[in-house]
Design a protein. Structure first.
Length: 373
């Protein structure tokens, strides 16, 4: 497709059916497991469990996902998106992973943050796919990727992605990770530097460490933006019970408090629906519940600086230049960028500006890369 990054996104393909009824305390479960979504999921081999939409374990890896969470059911995609990108299940590292793949050229892995999935990258994917094989993955526990109860420390999550790229035949690749995806992408680059050519890290002031973590009692502005981390870390069904049925309230606050222009209603509704699945809700908390393990891992990782080029991106209305400043102690070659007017959700609030920075940063990788397979 020839869509310029300056072109506004246009609706393409079938829209995800909005919930037919929203109670004051949350979404109607009936709306999530009925109608066209159920038919599409059944055709794709996706199991509609009582708790929500989950991949059926016996489905062949080549079966194309078509239920909610796949490309086929995503709302308001850029023009031509469904012709360029397809959803796939890939069995890798003992985990069936859902990926959205399209484009041509050296491989570029996109790792979403919380509380989102591959869909967070939709506005930058078509232009990137003109020059790269774009692979947007659903993390373990989220979206249509399988949701085991364990394995949510950054090292394991990074190994999931390494196994995915092995299964796809990509030996060396570039990575861009946002939010929790930054944490995972940093671990991937630190643990497997021979595989990662370049890494772009978006909108978290460095991976979590005990030294860099804020104190328990901090100023109100930071507390309002960070309180969810200790809440999400509580390894008890309490958190899930408090959020279930109140997804719009809980996640809506998270989207609103992190700065920048409000995400469009259709995107917010999509994420509310995605995390209304109890297994996805639990899976989304998984990374936070493994925080102690990840911080211990990061202490070891910090002993050796990243050697590949790092692009550290912050939004001016969120973490700003802190992203770049915090990465200086963890990498030898850090390029810090602040995108004006953007909050935390950079890929959705400032896609044109993000594309410009990624295009510039990845250009040497594109020129130097040999065959991707």
């Amino acid at each position: 497709m020839n869509m310029s990054p300056m072109d506004p996104p246009a609706p393409d393909g079938p829209r995800a059916t909005p919930p037919s009824h929203r109670a004051r305390r949350g979404f109607s479960r009936r709306a999530f497991v009925g109608g066209a979504a159920a038919s599409a999921a059944a055709a794709a081999g996706i199991s509609l469990a009582a708790g929500g939409l989950t991949p059926a374990a016996a489905t062949a890896p080549r079966r194309m996902p078509r239920g909610f969470g796949s490309v086929a059911a995503a709302p308001h995609l850029p023009a031509g998106f469904t012709k360029m990108f397809t959803s796939r299940f890939v069995q890798a590292g003992g985990l069936r992973q859902h990926v959205v793949i399209g484009g041509d050229g050296p491989p570029l892995l996109l790792v979403h943050g919380w509380p989102e999935n591959w869909y967070a990258w939709r506005m930058v994917m078509p232009e990137l796919a003109r020059h790269y094989t774009v692979i947007a993955v659903d993390q373990r526990g989220i979206g249509l990727t399988e949701k085991p109860k364990n394995g949510y420390d950054a090292g394991t999550l990074a190994n999931d992605l390494l196994a995915l790229m092995d299964a796809l035949g990509h030996k060396r690749f570039a990575v861009a990770g946002h939010d929790t995806g930054l944490i995972i992408s940093y671990a991937l680059a630190a643990d497997h530097p021979e595989r990662v050519a370049r890494v772009a890290l978006l909108e978290v002031p460095g991976p979590p460490t005990l030294k860099a973590s804020p104190p328990l009692f901090i100023d109100e502005d930071h507390n309002n933006r960070l309180w969810h981390i200790p809440f999400n870390r509580v390894n008890h069904e309490l958190t899930e019970k408090l959020v279930r049925g109140r997804e719009e309230i809980f996640f809506g606050y998270e989207f609103d408090i992190q700065g920048g222009q409000k995400l469009p209603d259709y995107a917010r509704e999509y994420y509310f629906r995605l995390f209304s699945d109890p297994e996805t809700l639990r899976g989304g908390f998984g990374l936070y519940r493994a925080w102690d393990t990840t911080t211990a891992q990061n202490a070891k990782r910090a002993e050796n600086k990243l050697t590949m080029p790092v692009l550290a991106i912050g939004g001016s209305e969120s973490w700003g230049d802190m992203v770049g400043k915090e990465m200086i102690s963890l990498a030898n070659d850090v390029q810090g960028v602040v995108i004006p007017g953007a909050g935390h959700w950079v890929a959705e609030q400032a896609p044109r500006e993000l594309l410009a920075e990624l295009t510039r940063f990845l250009a040497p990788y594109r020129r130097a890369a040999g065959p991707s397979r």
